[in-house]
Design a protein around this ligand. Structure first.
Ligand SMILES: Nc1ncnc2c1ncn2[C@@H]1O[C@H](COP(=O)(O)OP(=O)(O)OP(=O)(O)O)[C@@H](O)[C@H]1O
Length: 228
């Protein structure tokens, strides 16, 4: 099983003069942690949206866990996404009135697969993940997400992405609001947690100081040679 395989992908935003994506091939092995770097505006977020099935890709194939995401229709695609993909984006998309713990458990509410892969006590698993990611104070787990700092919200988003061992985590510059020390510590924890869960990690960033936390690093501009 390949968590991710991309073949001959071309994507142009509606109305755009040129393609944003033109990628011949990209794949990730199980548990592999890939750092994809490139300057602002080069198409990194567009690629993650295409992999998540948020934008439709008419040309080429994107296979997640060996399944062609483009072949799935709306509802099936949403279910497939929560079953197989964890996402950590710049805006963490936590539900503000739910507690940190409830936010972490959301994928288990929407996905039987993630629930089954969360062990016999999913709430205990969620607490462990928060603890391992540096949110060990139990009072924080019960606080509404809206009352957490940005760094704390980021840890909740990471625990939510990791719970139930998805095949793939997509991370889009999740460290942009953090200082250098917090950033390195967070990426280190995330990479370690992925290795432990056997979850592949695709992390996009313009910040090459983070590169050494990963198994492999790819230059987006070189990869995206086919964009025209
Ligand atoms: N929703 C959209 N509709 C139309 N064009 C878009 C949309 N989102 C992004 N683009 C365009 O696609 C190109 C790539 O943007 P994208 O956000 O993927 O880059 P990025 O590498 O992730 O940038 P950053 O590092 O600043 O987040 C840009 O030219 C942008 O204007």
């Amino acid at each position: 099983m390949h968590p991710l395989r991309i073949e001959r992908l071309v994507y142009r935003w509606p109305g755009a003069a040129r393609s944003t994506l033109g990628i011949g091939a990209l794949s990730l092995a199980s548990g592999e942690r890939l750092f994809l770097h490139g300057p602002s505006g080069c198409g990194k977020s567009t690629l993650l949206s295409a992999i998540a099935g948020v934008v439709d890709v008419p040309t080429g194939a994107i296979l997640v866990a060996d399944k062609d995401v483009g072949a799935l229709n709306g509802g099936a695609r949403d279910r497939f996404r929560v079953d197989h993909i964890g996402m950590i984006f710049q805006v963490f998309n936590l539900i503000p009135w739910l507690s940190a713990l409830e936010n972490v458990l959301l994928p288990c509410t929407f996905s039987k697969r993630r629930l089954e892969r969360s062990g016999e006590d999913p709430a205990g698993t969620a607490r462990n993940l928060l603890d391992e990611l540096g949110l060990s104070d139990p009072s924080l787990a019960s606080k509404p997400a809206s009352e957490l700092s940005v760094g704390q919200q980021q840890r909740v988003a990471a625990a939510r992405a990791l719970i139930g061992k998805p095949d793939l985590i997509l991370a889009d510059e999740p460290t942009s609001a953090l200082d250098e020390v917090a950033k390195a510590a967070f990426v280190d924890l995330l990479a370690r947690e992925c290795a432990e869960a056997g979850t592949a990690l695709l992390f996009v960033s313009h910040d090459r100081s983070l590169e050494h936390h990963f198994d492999r690093s790819v230059d987006f501009l070189a990869l995206n040679g086919g964009a025209a």
